[in-house]
Design a protein around this ligand. Structure first.
Ligand SMILES: Cc1cc2nc3c(=O)[nH]c(=O)nc-3n(C[C@H](O)[C@H](O)[C@H](O)COP(=O)(O)OP(=O)(O)OC[C@H]3O[C@@H](n4cnc5c(N)ncnc54)[C@H](O)[C@@H]3O)c2cc1C
Length: 220
C-alpha cells in the first residue's frame, strides 16, 4: 500500500501501562486537526498501520495507545524505537466519533479498543455507560478518568483477580454482561476492538435492542 503518512512527528515519550500496552507521546504537526475517535496512519521503517488518537483535540502533542502484538511488525517497532525517532503520520481519518442523540450512549471496548473512548472523554463527552473488557485489572487503562466521566463504568474481567472495589466489577465477557445485566432501553452502541467481538455483539444487540443504533470500529 502506498504511504499515506505524509507528515512527520517526533517520538517524545513512551509510557508502559502494562507488560504489553504502551502509550506514545509525539509532537503534533502544525495545523493538524482531528475529531475525538479518529485514527491516523503511522509509518516507521516502511511499515504503516492505523492507530486511534487518544489526546484531546486542543492538546499540544499527539498521544497513541498501542498493544505490542507478539511478532507484530509495527507495534514491536514502536515499542522499541528510540526517543527522537521521526515517524510518518497521515491526516486524521474515520467516522467513529460521538454523535449526541436522544438515545443512551453505551460504549463497549475490549483491550486497546478503549482508545477512542479515552479521546471522547478527554474532549468532554459525559454520562455514557462504558463496558471495558480486559483479562486483568492492570489493563483497565484510564480507569479513573473514564469512571469519573461515565454514568456507569463497568470493568468486565475475563480472568479471575481481586479488585479493591469488587462490587463494581463484572467477572465475565462484555457480551455476557450485555446478555444478562444491561437494562432494556434504546441505545446508541459504540463498539471498538477485535472483529470477532464486534460481530458477536452486533448479533446480540440486534436481537435484544432492536431500536438501537450500532457504530463500530474493528482493529484487526
Ligand atoms: C481504524 C483502526 C484503528 C486502530 N487503532 C489501534 C489503536 O489505537 N491501538 C492499537 O493497539 N491498535 C490499533 N489498531 C490495530 C493496528 O492498526 C495494528 O493492526 C496492530 O498494531 C498490529 O500491527 P502490527 O504491525 O504490530 O502487527 P502485524 O504484523 O500487522 O500482524 C500481527 C497479527 O496481529 C493481529 N492483530 C492486530 N491487532 C491486534 C490486536 N489488538 N490484538 C491481537 N491481535 C491483533 C493482526 O490481525 C495480525 O494477524 C487499529 C486498527 C484499525 C483498523
Amino acid at each position: 500500500m502506498p504511504s499515506t503518512a505524509k507528515q512527520s512527528i517526533i517520538l517524545l515519550d513512551r509510557h508502559w501501562h502494562t507488560g504489553d500496552i504502551f502509550e506514545l507521546r509525539c509532537s503534533r504537526p502544525p495545523d493538524f486537526t482531528f475529531r475525538p475517535g479518529q485514527f491516523v496512519h503511522v509509518a516507521c521503517q516502511g511499515t504503516q498501520r492505523e492507530y486511534t488518537l487518544i489526546s484531546a483535540p486542543e492538546e499540544p502533542e499527539l498521544r497513541l495507545l498501542i498493544k505490542q502484538i507478539p511478532q507484530g511488525r509495527l507495534s514491536v517497532l514502536l515499542a522499541t524505537t528510540p526517543m527522537g525517532t521521526e515517524l510518518g503520520v497521515s491526516a486524521a481519518q474515520g467516522y467513529f466519533c460521538f454523535q449526541p442523540s436522544k438515545r443512551e450512549p453505551c460504549f463497549i471496548a475490549t483491550g486497546t479498543g478503549i482508545a477512542p473512548f479515552i479521546a471522547m472523554c478527554a474532549s468532554g463527552v459525559r454520562d455514557f455507560t462504558l463496558l471495558h473488557g480486559v483479562r486483568h485489572p492492570s489493563a483497565l487503562i484510564y480507569r479513573r478518568e473514564l469512571s469519573r466521566a461515565a454514568k456507569h463504568y463497568i470493568p468486565c474481567l475475563s480472568s479471575p483477580g481481586p479488585l479493591a472495589d469488587e462490587n463494581q466489577v463484572f467477572h465475565g465477557y462484555v457480551s455476557t454482561y450485555v446478555d444478562t445485566l444491561l437494562p432494556p432501553g434504546d441505545y446508541d452502541f459504540y463498539l471498538c476492538g477485535l472483529r470477532n467481538m464486534i460481530r458477536d455483539l452486533t448479533h446480540l444487540l440486534d436481537a435484544r435492542y432492536p431500536h438501537s443504533h450500532i457504530y463500530s470500529e474493528a482493529y484487526d
